[in-house]
Write a protein that binds this ligand. Structure first.
Ligand SMILES: Nc1ncnc2c1ncn2[C@@H]1O[C@H](COP(=O)(O)OP(=O)(O)OP(=O)(O)O)[C@@H](O)[C@H]1O
Ligand SMILES: [Mg+2]
Length: 242
């Protein structure tokens, strides 16, 4: 579903993605771990071309990501993304947030968009919040709305970049539960997160990045119990003991 080949990315003199070769099969859930600044967010952002790459190719469902134009807009719609900050439209209701892109980009008719929007809000457990504005919701509810909004485009892939790290602790689980359900339903997911419980429970693979490289690519059990590299051991030592 996702294939990155020999991908390089610089920010000026900084080499932030170094020869990334990564394949994610349909239905796989891949958790991306690594220290701050290792390139995890940049990796996500290149997959839907929020960031251009310098070298290499990225394919989504067998189609090479074009640099720009209509074809890019269509492919980008196949890749849903959920960020740490919820990025909801402040002046639109929760339901309008979810129906906006299907109406504008997918040209779905209004009745259909609303029906599906409500189903999605139901699925993430906030249908009763549909007429409120984002600021009237808790962080966990806003993040679930952001997930519903991404799902409204019927993406083939969902990217999550630290979706729970801005949440109060008691709201983390409700968002992880929605993500776990999505994973069980067979969504292809790439998830940057420090939630090790989620990684162990829901992921098929863990990718460990350091300094722009994929240093390890392993099953969660193997990664957490017997990481191969010193860098991963060091990282796990820090996060598991703090
Ligand atoms: N727009 C940008 N311009 C210049 N440098 C950038 C830009 N975005 C990221 N970087 C740099 O690229 C490197 C990788 O950043 P990235 O955000 O991908 O790391 P990360 O692994 O997601 O870190 P964190 O865990 O803190 O979110 C960092 O050194 C960062 O400072
Ligand atoms: Mg990041």
């Amino acid at each position: 579903m996702i294939r990155m080949q020999a991908v390089d990315k610089h920010f000026g003199p900084l080499h932030v993605l170094k020869d990334i070769n990564l394949e994610v099969d349909a239905g796989q859930v891949v958790v991306v771990l690594g220290p701050s600044g290792s390139g995890k967010s940049t990796l996500c952002r290149t997959i839907n071309r929020l960031e251009p790459i310098d070298n290499g190719t990225i394919e989504v469902d067998g189609k090479i990501l074009p640099a720009e134009g209509k074809a890019l807009a269509a492919l980008r719609a196949d890749v849903g993304m959920v960020f740490q900050s919820f990025n909801l439209f402040a002046h639109k209701s929760i339901l309008d947030n979810v129906t906006l892109a299907p109406l504008k980009v997918r040209k779905v008719n209004k009745a259909e968009a609303q029906k599906r929007g409500l189903e999605l809000l139901e699925r993430v457990g906030i249908a009763n919040q549909r007429d409120k504005y984002p600021a009237q919701l808790s962080g966990g509810q806003q993040q679930r709305a952001a997930i519903a909004r991404a799902l409204a485009m019927k993406p083939k892939v969902m990217l999550f970049d630290e979706p729970t790290s801005a949440l109060d602790p008691e709201m983390v689980q409700e968002v992880l539960d929605v993500m776990t359900t999505l994973a069980r339903e067979g969504m292809t997911m790439l998830v940057v997160t420090h939630e090790m419980g989620f990684a162990r429970r829901a992921a098929n693979r863990v990718i460990f990045m350091d300094a722009g490289e994929v240093v390890e690519d392993a099953a969660p059990d193997q990664f957490f119990t017997a990481p191969r590299s010193e860098r991963a051991k060091d990282f796990l030592g820090k996060i598991l003991t703090h």
